[in-house]
Design a protein around this ligand. Structure first.
Ligand code: ZN
Length: 1022
């Protein structure tokens, strides 16, 4: 009993030290939170519901202050690790001393006695952790060697998990060895720490089973504590109860420290029992603690596991019925497009050599008013031919992971290349010697210019060497993605050829036409392609040739895979497509379970676009799912790629999002063939906006309860980014050491087990508020770097995605809120109607937008909005800078009389304004911290329920409004309708007269709890 009291006291001391340190370290964040939310309406909202936008705005708008804070926190954590090493001396000394000896003196004495020795141990622990990091790296290399170019993705996945299990085990053993080394030092008064470590290592080695068991139980118990806490916080705590939340969190923290003390006591007892080290106390070897914890843990685990097993049961979803492979017949349709070019291609794949040999006859019609003196071709595969291609030079220097992949291509010489063998005119003139090649561009002067209306007929023979799959095209084992693979004419205009080298981010611009492509591959390969398959010929050498025909497309891609399976369905619903659409999902066998989800997403896209934009005009659509998560999504006419893990749960919506995004490209650049080199936003940006709209029809955005939302957000961030302690130029990162985030073949940022995790792509029963915030977050990071309408080569390194995809999405969302979503949909429909199968530019898009908006809302001119949002780099930010209210008083002083000759009125005391009822003066100052000038509304609410709306042209940097009323102004809000989705910080858009501390208290408590846990981790690893 006495021993139990002692353990309780030790735990209490550790807990209090942790709490004090955490309070000090968390205080700056509490100040920041109060500053942002203490008087804002979004802070008040936090009391009942959680909006990701408030958190995103807070993190982005106070980015610098937060970065400093995290740095301080990082050093604080490090310092705490040192302090707690010293404290461990007190812990061990008190635990081993007789129960009746005075507690505090003994504790303090223990701290001092072993301090220097325990501090030396920290250095050795650091070295051991670095060793673990390198062990991880070495094992990663071995896994890469074993699985490179194979299709054993499932096996690779489990081996990676095994490796991580091993790393975790090693970490537990390290924790035990260092704990025991401290115990030994105290028991035997060791002075040589390496000696103590060696003895400890030997002991742990001899008793590995029981010690590892003990530490596993401790870890499991800690994890169970968290599960219980989360369940309690979700299910039982009233959302606004600050006290209960604080109590629950502090109970968890106190128990964590209790677990730590029990762990050390158990280890000591174990060591005594095994070595007969004399107990100083009459204490019995370790009693109830650990076994008690073990029982509790096992019970909880069983309960949790049973729940998890139920949750993991895939809902019995019928797999798409294996539709009879009905060949949609290729009818000679009336042309949809101008058909400037026609291709006849014969190509054959040599899997062993990783190459494609081809021969093409191209008829290119001069549809301009000027003579065509030469021909210009894209030779895309040359992008992958060396380290200095335009494509490779476009990798930002900060993108280390991609640079490593390039390094690897260089090491193993797995380059791609396009070798042009011959170029000749159909009349026999050989132009091979005249053709010049620069990077990915080939120019061929013609012997005679082709006048307007006439055509050039040219024959090209070539060989394409497929690189190791890099982003989109190439080979991986028996899987071949043959994309951007044939010499392809650029676009001829009145101003000459529009041709550009293949950029890292932008690649598409071509003329519509017809393709007749005969593809030859070994018979055992599954081959799928753009177009509709027709004649088949079996070759004598075990090959199969299939001829594909495609009309009114401007590109042709194909895939060949020896192991793939095909899930197939026919979509023939209502008016959403111009004819039944055959959908084929070509996937690795182990990804079968993703088929219903991917196909359902495509069908959702067909419906959305069919109803609002234009029915899908082609009879077929192929989805190519690359193995090993390679390549990601990439779009080609009637064929696109995706790449996702096979096990992702339904509530993780990224697979649907990627599928819908690539499907959207069938329209944006596929049908409306914009120039992706010059105006990438017209395809990627508009696609991002519409994709999100489709996603929101599937999973409508729902803000959740505060606790749910915060746990989800923090949990997902922790899973994705891990626990990091930034220390200046160096970052301490536990999951780097454990290798939790690693994946052998697909380097990703922010992921778990090698697959991306984002709080924005989770759609859970309680909350799903993310897709728009995903864009807003991406845009806020780079808001000022570039205008949306920047050409592909003009982006600041690392800003492309944030501007082209995210900023466009948020800008279009702003326009949608301004003119109404339905009106924006009408504009998109009209834009497609006018420019389908043509090459429109930004001006065309905006002309349709301005016209449609003007028709829907007479008097509304969108042009002043379009200029700053799409062509500018200014920030959009409105704020309520100040809100004050005070009682109105009659004037004091000498009041001049109303007539000459009279004495002034001398009023000395404060009196109410008119005596009958109290009057208040209120002052609201609004401001425009951003550079963008646009008109905006202001809503002022008074305490008697009255409301006043004001308009402000936003031209000055601030404006003052004053009121004299019988009630005080309770709140002021700028842009109350939330029209300006681009507003970078909505937390400063409102002020309340009173502070809402209760509303923001849970936020502060969650932060404190996080810091407490981080400190605890730094002190004991458990
Ligand atoms: Zn895209």
């Amino acid at each position: 009993m006495a021993a139990a009291t002692r353990r309780y006291r030790v735990g209490l001391v550790l807990y209090l030290v942790n709490l004090a340190a955490a309070c000090a370290l968390a205080a700056p964040m509490a100040v920041l939170i109060d500053d942002a939310f203490g008087r804002s309406l979004s802070g008040l909202d936090l009391a009942s519901s959680f909006r990701f936008e408030a958190i995103v705005d807070f993190l982005r708008s106070r980015h610098d202050a937060l970065a400093n804070h995290f740095q301080v926190l990082g050093f604080g954590v490090l310092f705490y690790a040192v302090v707690s090493a010293v404290l461990t001396g007190g812990v061990i000394d008190s635990l081993k001393s007789p129960p009746r000896s005075p507690f505090l003196p003994r504790f303090m004495g223990g701290c001092g006695r072993y301090a220097l020795r325990y501090l030396r141990l920290i250095v050795y622990l650091g070295i051991a952790l670095v060793g673990l990091y390198w062990l991880n790296r070495g094992l990663d290399r071995l896994i890469v060697l074993a699985f490179d170019q194979t299709d054993h993705e499932v096996a690779a996945f489990w081996i990676m998990r095994g490796k991580q299990g091993l790393a975790l085990t090693v970490l537990l053993v390290l924790a035990a060895v260092f704990d025991l080394a401290r115990v030994l030092t105290a028991f035997e008064d060791r002075t040589h720490m390496i000696g103590a470590l060696m003895t400890s290592l030997g002991f742990v080695g001899r008793h590995l089973g029981s010690i590892l068991g003990l530490y596993t139980v401790l870890l499991t118990f800690t994890l169970t504590l968290f599960v219980t806490y989360l369940l309690v916080a979700h299910a039982l705590l009233p959302p606004s109860s600050v006290v209960l939340l604080l109590a629950a969190q502090q109970i968890v923290m106190f128990m964590r420290h209790g677990v730590r003390v029990v762990g050390l006591a158990s280890l000591m007892a174990h060591y005594r029992a095994a070595t007969g080290a004399p107990p100083e106390s009459g204490d019995l070897p370790m009693g109830g603690g650990a076994p008690g914890a073990a029982t509790l843990t096992v019970v909880t685990l069983v309960v949790v596991a049973a729940g998890a097993a139920r949750a993991a049961q895939p809902a019995a979803r019928p797999v798409a019925p294996p539709a009879i492979a009905r060949q949609p017949e290729s009818v000679a349709r009336t042309p949809l497009s101008p058909r400037v070019v026609s291709y006849q291609i014969e190509a054959s794949l040599d899997p062993a050599g990783g190459s494609v040999t081809g021969r093409e006859t191209i008829v290119y019609r001069n549809a301009t008013r000027v003579a065509m003196k030469d021909l210009a071709f894209h030779l895309y595969p040359n992008a992958f031919s060396n380290t200095h291609s335009t494509f490779m030079r476009g990798i930002p220097w900060t993108d280390e992971q991609t640079l490593q992949r390039l390094e690897r291509m260089a090491r193993e010489r797995s380059w791609g290349l396009m070798k042009v063998v011959s170029v000749r005119l159909a009349d026999g003139a050989d132009l091979t010697a005249r053709a010049t090649i620069d990077d990915t561009v080939m120019t061929v002067p013609l012997p005679r210019p082709v006048p307007p209306g006439d055509s050039a007929r040219i024959e090209v023979a070539w060989e394409t060497l497929l690189p190791r799959t890099f982003d989109r095209m190439g080979r991986w084992g028996d899987h071949f993605d043959v994309m951007q693979w044939f010499p392809k004419p650029a676009v001829f205009t009145d101003a000459g050829w529009k041709i550009y080298p293949f950029y890292r981010t932008s690649e598409f611009f071509a003329d519509f036409g017809t393709f007749e492509v005969t593809l030859k591959a070994p018979r055992e390969y599954v081959v799928e392609a753009t177009g509709v398959p027709g004649e088949r010929h079996e070759g004598p050498d075990g090959t199969l040739s299939v001829t594909y025909r495609a009309e009114d497309v401007h590109d042709f891609a194909w895939i060949a895979d020896r192991n793939a399976q095909v899930a197939r369905t026919i979509f023939s619903e209502g008016p959403y497509a111009s004819s039944p659409v055959e959908i084929l999902y070509v996937h690795q066998p182990y990804r079968r379970r993703m088929a219903p989800r991917i196909i359902a997403a495509v069908e959702e896209g067909l419906r959305f676009y069919g109803a609002r934009v234009m029915p899908y005009p082609y009879p077929r659509l192929v989805i190519d799912d690359l193995p090993m998560g390679l390549g990601g999504g990439m779009e080609y006419p009637m064929l696109f790629t995706t790449s996702m893990a096979w096990f992702l749960p339904q509530f993780y919506t990224a697979p649907q999002e990627v599928t819908l995004h690539e499907f959207g490209h069938q329209y944006w650049y596929g049908i409306v063939a914009t120039n992706e080199f010059e105006e990438p936003w017209l395809d990627e940006g508009i696609d991002s906006y519409v994709t999100r709209r489709v996603m929101e029809t599937i999973d409508p955005p729902r803000p959740g309860r505060t606790a749910d939302g915060l746990h989800l957000y923090v949990g997902a961030r922790l899973l994705a980014e891990g626990l990091e302690a930034p220390l200046g130029r160096f970052t301490l990162d536990l999951d780097q050491i454990l290798g939790i985030r690693e994946t052998p073949f697909r380097p990703i940022e922010g992921g778990l087990l090698g697959y991306p995790v984002s709080p924005f792509w989770l759609d859970l029963p309680g909350v799903g508020d993310g897709p728009f915030l995903s864009s807003k977050d991406g845009y806020a990071k780079v808001a000022r770097d570039n205008p949306i309408t920047t050409p592909a080569w003009g982006f600041r390194p690392g800003s492309y995605t944030g501007i082209v995809y995210d900023k466009t999405d948020v800008a279009l969302e702003t326009i949608g809120r301004l003119i109404g979503k339905e009106t924006l949909d009408q504009a998109l429909r009209e834009y497609v109607r006018r420019f389908r199968f043509a090459h429109p530019g930004s001006d065309d898009f905006f002309a349709v937008l301005v016209e449609t908006a003007g028709r829907a809302r007479p008097g509304l001119d969108l042009r002043p909005f379009i200029q700053p949002l799409f062509y500018g780099t200014g920030r959009l930010d409105f704020a309520v800078a100040s809100l004050k209210s005070r009682e109105a008083k009659a004037p004091r002083g000498l009041v001049p009389p109303s007539r000459a000759g009279l004495e002034p009125l001398d009023r000395r005391g404060e009196t109410p304004l008119d005596g009958s009822s109290k009057q208040y003066e209120s002052e609201v100052i609004v401001a425009r911290p951003g550079e963008i000038v646009l008109p905006v509304e202001i809503l002022v609410k008074f305490e008697d329920g009255a409301e006043v709306r004001e308009s402000w042209d936003g031209r000055d940097t601030w404006k003052r409004f004053t009121y004299e009323r019988e009630a005080r102004a309770a709140s002021a809000e700028i842009d109350p309708g939330g029209i300006y989705a681009m507003d970078l910080d909505r937390t400063n858009n409102s002020l309340t007269l009173d502070r809402n501390q209760r509303a923001i208290a849970p936020l502060v408590l969650h932060w404190l709890f996080l810091v407490q846990n981080e400190l605890h981790l730094a002190s004991s690893l458990l």
